[in-house]
Write a protein that binds this ligand. Structure first.
Ligand code: ADP
Ligand code: MG
Length: 255
């Protein structure tokens, strides 16, 4: 636990540095774009210059995308305006439906199979932003699927204990080595090569979950033995719906 805590502090420090660097970069980018616009609308620029300007514009777009990712990563401040009461089980189901092309259609096309097993307890609502959390869950599912190029199982469980809500995502994929475990939440860290991976999934997952007072842990991961991520959120203080005692109601589904 202590180790995990230290790691989270480290990532938060990287986040703070990221956002100040991103801020500076943004200012410079705006100046570059402003100058570029001026040149673009000059009369008499040669065709070759116009083409080069287009190249520069598309490079700037790339850089802007990365700067904005850095800025989001650094933004771990909790903004109460963005938080909503969320039924986590329902949100996971929606993410599964949205990501269906990833784990069903395209996988079956290759003659493989990924089984999704859900094991949901009746849990109290959590306080988070729906769109942000859905994107985070989508990215977790996407990574699990990508970690199982030969097919496999993804098991998603939710539970509650001591006024906290837990969700675990367990895949039977390739697992991770120590270096990956240490770097996984850093922006732009990827083991997939730049064509396949941008390294912006897990840093976004980390930002979103921390922003809303949650925590994410790599509960276990070993090379070729799969990976389990655990997300922990406090029960929302605003939660008014009465919930059955712990572990009393379960809903189990296989897809
Ligand atoms: P990307 O998927 O674009 O590489 P992410 O930020 O989503 O970037 O993930 C970063 C890295 O973390 C991945 O490249 C991969 O090495 C590792 N990773 C994430 N999820 C898993 C998983 N479920 N199993 C194994 N490795 C994973
Ligand atoms: Mg990813």
């Amino acid at each position: 636990f202590e180790k995990a805590q230290i790691k989270h502090e480290r990532i938060k420090a990287i986040g703070e540095m990221s956002s100040s660097v991103a801020h500076d970069f943004n200012n410079s980018l705006q100046q570059i774009t402003g100058n570029l616009e001026m040149i673009k609308f000059q009369k008499n620029i040669t065709q070759i210059a116009a083409e080069r300007l287009k190249n520069i514009e598309s490079i700037i777009d790339d850089v802007a995308e990365r700067v904005s990712a850095l800025q989001k990563f650094g933004d771990t401040e909790h903004d109460a305006n963005d938080a909503q009461l969320i039924d986590f089980n329902k949100l996971i189901k929606e993410s599964l439906n949205q990501s269906r092309p990833l784990w069903k259609d395209s996988v079956e096309k290759k003659g493989l199979k990924i089984n999704i097993i859900t094991d949901f307890e009746d849990i109290p609502k959590i306080s988070c932003n729906k769109g942000e959390l859905k994107l985070a869950i989508y990215n977790l599912i996407k990574n699990s699927v990508e970690a199982m190029p030969e097919g496999g199982n993804l098991t998603i469980k939710t539970s509650r204990k001591n006024k906290r809500v837990f969700a675990t995502f367990t895949d039977t994929g390739v697992g991770m080595n120590e270096k990956t475990k240490i770097k996984i939440f850093e922006p732009f860290f990827t083991t997939k090569g730049f064509e396949l991976g941008r390294g912006l999934g897990m840093s976004g997952v980390f930002t979103t979950i921390n922003k809303y007072n949650g925590t994410i842990y790599i509960k276990s991961s070993e090379l070729s033995k799969g990976t389990t991520f655990e997300i922990v959120f406090p029960e929302s203080q605003l939660e008014v719906i009465k919930i059955l005692p712990e572990n009393e109601q379960k809903e189990k589904t296989s897809y």
